[in-house]
Write a protein that binds this ligand. Structure first.
Ligand code: URP
Ligand code: ZN
Ligand code: ZN
Length: 468
């Protein structure tokens, strides 16, 4: 079946151009000059012509960092399932998510991946991939990385934080990076100095400082910057590419810039919460209000925001992902007497494109950089390009028709995430998704949900084409 998306402005990394997009089955067949004989003929023969007049036509968003139905502890599992989370993502203009299979201490990598596949299979509304989080680095688990690559899981997350759970010491990190370098895999790093942070956390609680804001005060940005520096040094020794996840501070960005200026393949992602929310306004609140804003790294002071927006403009920050990891109030309340017991994470999977487009409207980011950081670069860094991340003949027909002029207010009443509150409550944004296609199938049609669980497929990934 042929669909023509007509009358819109196609946005790419090099600008916005009026064009009609012809979709044949699951892929894009042509991108044509509006009014050209070929465009007229395509529309005449199409089963459906979608009017995109006044709208941007975007390559579907790629959210490279999400945690759906993640069991964070025996008492807390992130509240969006593969079905609800991917539906909410589509509502927000995202057509591919990359979640994580997690190998905890004592687990075989094989089992971790098989379990995650079983959870996601048949549940997703849009396409998805997996990274592998490795919490137990040793000879046998490193050997398992080879087979994982062959299955299209080509990126591995390690943790300098969370001692006693996911943490790897520098020796383990170096060995993992050496293996990744041999395989051409991407090393993803949660870069916070978890050993020092644990000292500060325990000291704070022993001194009676157990309110939510102490979650942030005991994870200072200096210890994020220090960890990024160390990770970059280890990656340089190993010759491995490095991707810093959920970068939150100017200190950390400075170290990314330092490594990139040395010519290293060091990339970084930030998240909307680090561009908009602050420790003072969101975390420094009593009880549940503060607990809802607990994530790691923590929300920072306002002055970091400007540095991060600048990093996005200059490409020292390459990607905006959400680190979507929502917990409902009953689980957030686990930390009501001690912030350390709160499951870490926020819900944003639905709002990434709108929040970043609002940055375009306020002049923080160019239109092309919006698409580049939210779609094209994550696709390229994680081996999805050119199937994903671009509107071009032969690419998957993952297409978003986006109205840049609608203003709306975010909040729990109207969002589609399976979450009983919103850290974005009352935030007004400019721009809204009108229609979404995933591989040529409508998921959102003129703001009605028409998707189905099971449409979304696991996407085996290759390696990045961005390494120098
Ligand atoms: O608070 C966060 N970031 N939760 C998700 C787990 C992680 O470290 O990415
Ligand atoms: Zn992390
Ligand atoms: Zn995460």
């Amino acid at each position: 079946m042929t669909i023509v998306v007509r009358g819109g402005s196609v946005v790419s990394t090099s600008g916005a151009t009026p064009a009609d997009v012809v979709i044949d089955g699951e892929t894009i067949a042509a991108v044509l000059a509006p009014g050209s004989p070929m465009a007229i003929a395509a529309a005449d023969g199409a089963a459906r012509v979608l009017d995109a007049t006044g709208c941007y036509v975007l390559p579907g968003g790629v959210d490279a960092h999400v945690h759906l139905q993640l069991p964070m502890s025996p008492d807390a599992t992130s509240s969006d399932t593969f079905e609800t989370g991917t539906a909410a993502a589509a509502w927000g203009g995202t057509t591919t998510v990359i979640d994580f299979a997690g190998q905890l201490a004592g687990m075989h990598v094989r089992d971790a991946i098989d379990e995650r596949h079983a959870e996601a299979d048949g549940q997703c509304v849009i396409d998805y991939g997996f990274h592998l989080s490795m919490g137990d680095v040793h000879d046998a688990s490193l050997d398992e990385m080879d087979a994982v690559m062959d299955e299209g899981i080509t990126s591995f997350k390690y943790f300098m934080a969370y001692p006693g759970a996911w943490y790897s010491d520098d020796g383990k990190l170096l060995r993992a990076m050496q293996r990744a370098a041999d395989l051409g895999a991407m090393v993803m790093m949660h870069a916070e100095n978890g050993i020092a942070i644990d000292v500060l956390r325990n000291q704070a609680v022993e001194a009676g400082r157990a309110e939510p804001v102490w979650h942030g005060r005991t994870r200072p940005s200096r210890l994020e910057g220090e960890a990024v520096h160390r990770a970059a040094a280890l990656a340089e020794i190993a010759g491995a590419p490095l991707y810093i996840v959920h970068l939150s501070s100017a200190d950390a960005l400075e170290q990314v810039r330092w490594a990139r200026n040395r010519g290293q393949n060091v990339f970084a992602e930030t998240c909307p919460q680090y561009l908009y929310l602050t420790i003072d306004e969101h975390l420094d609140r009593e009880g549940l209000d503060g607990l809802r804003a607990i994530c790691s790294p923590p929300l920072r002071e306002h002055h970091h925001h400007g540095s991060l927006w600048q990093g996005l403009r200059h490409d020292d920050l390459a990607v905006v992902a959400t680190d979507h990891c929502p917990f409902c109030d009953n689980e957030k309340l686990l930390g009501v007497d001690d912030f350390r017991a709160t499951p870490n994470g926020l819900g944003s999977i639905e709002h990434r494109m709108d929040l970043l487009h609002s940055g375009v409207v306020t002049g923080q980011l160019g239109l092309s950089r919006w698409v580049e950081t939210c779609s094209t670069t994550p696709a390229r860094l994680f081996g999805l390009y050119p199937h994903k991340g671009v509107i071009a003949p032969g690419s998957d027909a993952d297409i978003v028709v986006y109205d840049p002029d609608v203003t709306h207010t975010l909040g729990a009443e109207t969002h589609h995430m399976n979450l009983d509150h919103s850290v974005w409550e009352g935030v007004e944004v400019t721009g809204q998704v009108r229609s979404v296609l995933s591989r040529g199938t409508f998921v959102i049609d003129d703001r009605s949900f028409v998707g189905r669980a099971g449409h979304g497929r696991f996407v085996p990934r290759g390696v990045s084409d961005l390494f120098v």
